[in-house]
Design a protein. Structure first.
Length: 147
């Protein structure tokens, strides 16, 4: 059993969102935003559903969290996301001044660290590899089913 309020606990919640995306035929990326050990936003990729290339899980989560908290800055929040954010999402996270980003699997093709490692706000802390196997397996299974 996962310890409540641990990185693994919240990543499991993000994985639940990623599974929803998988079931909808979306690239399976899920995200949750946590503030004071409370989930304030849940999201998953909706690019196909909304016919919108910017409808990544992280972008949806940033907007939902800002609306829930009543402000555009997420300084005291943590984003849990199943896949390393892309450059677009990392830029948006930087503008939100999010306090912490925790991700599951590396994205070797589109991940922000390869092309813009300084995209996040300078005070944002970054942690990768949480439940990496589960996160990467879901993405690999999705693309295998498409081939």
């Amino acid at each position: 059993m996962l310890e409540p309020f641990s990185d693994e606990y919240f990543m499991k919640q993000a994985l639940n969102e990623a599974q929803k995306a998988f079931d909808m035929g979306e690239i399976p990326v899920g995200a949750v935003v946590v503030c004071q050990n409370r989930i304030v936003a849940r999201s998953h990729n909706l690019t196909e559903t909304l016919n919108d290339v910017t409808a990544h899980a992280e972008m949806q989560a940033i907007t939902a969290a800002a609306n829930m908290l009543g402000g555009k800055y997420l300084i005291d929040c943590t984003l849990y996301v199943t896949l390393e954010p892309c450059l677009m999402c990392a830029g948006a996270l930087g503008w939100s001044q999010i306090g912490r980003v925790v991700y599951g699997a590396d994205d070797e093709k589109k991940g922000f660290q390869k092309n813009a490692e300084k995209a996040l706000h300078p005070k944002t802390t970054l942690l990768g590899g949480i439940m990496e196997a589960e996160c990467s397996t879901l993405v690999k299974d999705f693309f295998s089913s498409k081939r």
